[in-house]
Ligand binder design. Sequence first.
Ligand code: CMC
Length: 381
Amino acid sequence: MTQEAATVARGLEGIYVAETKLCRIDGQKGELVYSGYDIYDLADNSSFEEVAFLLWNQRLPSRAELAELKEALRRERPLSPLNTRLLNEMNGLVRPMRALEIAVTAAGALDRNSSDLSQPALRRQAALLTARMGTVVAAFHRLREGKPIVAPRDDLNHAANFLWMLKGEEPSELEAHIFNVALILHAEHEMNASTFAAIVTASTQSDLYSAIASAIGTLKGPLHGGANDAVFRTLQAIGSEDNIEKYIDEMLASGERMMGFGHRVYKTTDPRAIILERLGHQLAEVSPEAKWFHMSTKLRDYLLQKFEGRPLYPNVDFFSASVYKMLGIPNDLYTPIFAVARIAGWSAHLLEQYADNRLVRPNALYEGADNRPYVPVDERG
Ligand code: CMC
């Protein structure tokens, strides 16, 4: 196509860049489906491990296959000595998303078969990172608190084990259940920015570890996965329910966006926000931090009123902030936790990409100067 005939799709809105069997979103109806299974059904009945299997295989596992996957994940949970040393070195110097990105790169450096792009090798790498990333985030937090790293426990599932490694206390059944659902909700979301970043990297036939590091760097921004941390900081700045209207009026009048609201695809409430709100009600009955959740529901009501007539509704990040707070998780870990869950979807998309790869290389419409004579440096004005 000639430059004259080209138009730019800003933000690639409405552009389909891949075929996938992993996820379908209907943004008008608020539907989210992983390989044919509705997100409400998965949230009610499934486990993060089962959903990871589903994404990697496009079918639910048999009992034996699920047991095998759980065992494979358990084997890969412990930190490598290099990861432990790096986390100690980085303590106090970097923020948790950066630490996670470095840990993934380190895991790639240690994997002698990192450049093996065959499906069995990629599946092994996907399982390794899915198992390991939670350990990295928990260990990073323990070290910065001056506490010893808590070793993973083989008798706990992925969600409960993460909370155990983070806090050194076994979570209640409700906490483990809610965190499991949160991981399921964040596991996959079609062609979001971080998944696209991973795919662009993989399309050059770079390895899976580098593709995941690209994804982590992309998830970090506040318009994507960084929004959950930003929502909590907004709640903190508001301080109390009485202050919502004044704070929001001033914030929006100054042109600032409300994080956790709005979405490129959803033009109604994100179903993940609906599920997280339901879980929030359950946690609020027992949590000493329920104030943040109650403030979130009031804030949501006020924002819906302010945005009336515009397609701006709560997204997944809106209620995850107060739900994570009620689970006793510090707010700068919310985005790393998003990555701990999304590794399942990222790696599933990478399996699809490597199996049918073509270099991702779009174009840019040139709008700069043309036909300029070169002037030697001493003759420039
Ligand atoms: N608060 C106030 N106004 C908003 C917001 C918001 N959160 N989101 C969009 N708008 C307005 C925006 O100012 C623009 O108005 P106008 O047409 O008058 O200029 C209009 O809505 C369209 O915005 P856009 O930036 O063109 O829409 P987009 O599809 O490019 O942006 C978004 C999607 C998610 C970046 C945006 O809604 C946003 O910035 N939301 C807050 C950040 C956030 O919560 N991100 C997490 C997304 S969900 C989880 C994930 O996938 O990471």
